[in-house]
Design a protein around this ligand. Structure first.
Ligand code: AMP
Length: 557
């Protein structure tokens, strides 16, 4: 046990790098759950997590997660098996996360908004054997959905629920290990954890941004915990940090910035839904010191409820889109410090250094969080570096950046430069302030739409649209949106007359596609424009829809 045979499906970090990262004190020697235990023993009485539903100290969370783990083991789930997560930002989601890790199982970070199309594909590709869903989510019954998935997929042996009533299907996380005493549960966990190699896969994340179907990212125990420690260190966090998190927890930013980051130093996660009427009062009542806000929440900064956080809130981290000057200035007026975050499930994170000059805080996403992060800005499709100030593709490597997607040998060949840098698909330029180099995000090469942080893979949706009998060709592009940053617009060529948006959405719904991927606007045209080399000219379509949206808002470009 402990060493799972992934039969070449996971690309390991080269051994010499692993040794160097350990020698430099970056990677630890424990699996994530054991790292968490060590922190819980140092800070037993401190709040580990605070939510609107209640709070847990480190000791309480540790003990509850032990019981869940022992219960999972008793169900017959063996270390290394995969568990799909479809839960929202709930207290029990945190218990389940550590419980699954303590049982040596591998969480797969699917989203609560995923449907049959996504879950079927990811369950298959990760050979998942359990499916954890939350009961009572608004507008969609995930428990019945999971029952359907289980019926169609015998490999999904276990249906686990969170927040369900006792008469609903599945095994309730709340009930797991309840009959065990704490010492017995802990003993089971310790035995499992001792057998786990810290260089093995701990978590499967989903890639937000590659061309084609979303890829699976293997995150290893030592590097993933290090990612969180480096993030916490970049902000100077310690056990007094109380970090607010409003965006999905079971997402890379949620796990690294929201959960593991504060926990790696004994700090607190204040976990809330994205709904500001719940979030802002909870942050105020809980003494929030730090908060991460995605683009969808930038406007909240103008509200009086946000200003009410001023007595305790020291740092505001903004992420996902360029920071508008009025927002930046408002944060200054409130006496808070603001910085930015750029990060990805594949690894690399950049944040604003605490001593960065004002201009760098406003206009750039900072620099790598680890002293061992390296990056190069390459002319797209080449291995040639561009000069500072020029735009190129961000390519990076380092102690927590992947060496290959899971089970994707062909894709991996194109995903790395000849010198081993991961090609992020993001366009950046290096800006210099006071002699220091900072990254500025300038756009992207990859064909994705960033809808308030959720990434939509254009090609994936186009293939699904083409399954409609009346659609001849399709091109999905980003259109600007004030709140979410971007939404998706489909340019379509039809066989007959134009179809209504609801018909297209019903088509995608029928294919089990998550709603956030459905186009929100259609443009029917005679033919898709092509570039000189015969590819669909998406740049032109994007420019066209952006200009049209501006005109409709009464602000011609
Ligand atoms: P994910 O893996 O879902 O976290 O998505 C990572 C991608 O989100 C990056 O490769 C970027 O394309 C985008 N992204 C992350 N942070 C920022 C940011 N601060 N500004 C613009 N885009 C960002």
């Amino acid at each position: 046990m402990g060493s799972i045979d992934w039969s070449g499906r996971v690309v390991p970090f080269p051994q010499e790098l692993v040794s160097a990262y350990r020698a430099e004190g970056l990677w630890g020697t424990l699996p994530i759950a054991a790292e968490f235990r060590a922190v819980a023993e140092r800070h037993p009485a401190r709040d580990a997590v605070v939510t609107a539903e209640g709070r847990l100290t480190f000791a309480e969370l540790d003990e509850q997660a032990d019981r869940v783990a022992a219960g999972l083991a008793r169900l017959g789930l063996e270390p290394g098996e995969r568990v799909l997560f479809q839960v929202t930002n709930r207290l029990l989601a945190v218990v389940a996360w550590y419980g699954v890790l303590k049982a040596g199982l591998i969480p797969v970070c699917t989203l609560a908004v995923h449907r049959a199309h996504e879950i079927g594909d990811i369950a298959e590709r990760t050979d998942a054997s359990a499916h954890l869903v939350e009961a009572g989510t608004k507008g969609f019954d995930l428990v019945s959905f999971a029952e359907g998935q289980q019926a169609a997929r015998p490999a999904l042996r276990h249906l686990l629920t969170l927040g369900a009533s006792p008469d609903q299907a599945g095994v309730r996380i709340e009930d797991l290990g309840q009959d065990l005493d704490a010492a017995t549960a802990r003993h089971t966990v310790d035995a499992i954890q001792r057998a786990i190699d810290p260089d093995e896969v701990a978590v499967f994340q989903l890639s937000g941004g590659t061309t084609g179907v979303p890829k699976v990212i293997p995150r290893l125990h030592a590097e993933y915990w290090y990612n969180a420690r480096a993030y916490a260190a970049a902000w100077g966090w310690d056990e007094n940090t109380r970090n607010g998190h409003l965006i999905p927890l079971i997402h890379n930013a949620g796990i690294v910035c929201g959960l593991h980051g504060p926990h790696s130093v004994g700090g607190t996660l204040i976990l809330t839904s994205p709904d500001l009427t719940e979030a802002l009062p909870l942050l105020a009542d809980s003494g929030v010191t730090d908060v991460l806000l995605g683009h969808g929440h930038y406007n909240a900064i103008r509200s009086p409820e946000f200003a009410a956080l001023a007595p305790t809130l020291r740092r505001v981290v903004l992420s996902g889109a360029k920071v508008p000057l009025p927002i930046f200035e408002r944060i200054e007026e409130l006496g808070m410090w603001s910085g930015q975050l750029f990060g990805m499930g594949e690894g690399f994170f950049a944040v604003t250094p605490l001593d960065a000059p004002r201009e760098a805080r406003l206009t750039t996403v900072g620099t790598g969080i680890s002293p061992a992060d390296t990056f190069a800005v390459l002319a797209p499709g080449t291995d040639d570096e561009v000069a500072d100030g020029e735009v190129g593709e961000l390519c990076c490597a380092g102690p927590y950046t992947l060496h290959g997607y899971f089970d994707a040998a062909d894709h991996n060949r194109a995903a790395f430069s000849s010198t081993g840098f991961f090609r992020t698909g993001d366009l950046v330029s290096v800006q210099t302030y006071g002699g220091a180099r900072y990254l500025s995000v300038e756009g992207r090469l990859k064909d994705v739409i960033n809808r308030g942080g959720e990434k939509i893979n254009a090609e994936e949706v186009e293939v699904l649209l083409l399954r409609h009998p009346d659609i001849v060709s399709a091109a999905v592009v980003a259109m600007p949106d004030e709140r979410l940053g971007e939404r998706s617009c489909a340019y379509l060529v039809g066989r007959g007359g134009p179809l209504a948006l609801v018909e297209i959405q019903a088509h995608l719904d029928g294919l089990g596609v998550a709603k956030f991927k459905w186009p929100e606007r259609l443009e029917w045209i005679e033919e898709l424009p092509k570039t000189a080399v015969g590819k669909v000219d998406k740049k032109r379509l994007h420019a066209e829809i952006a200009a049209r949206v501006e005109i409709e808002r009464g602000r011609p470009a």
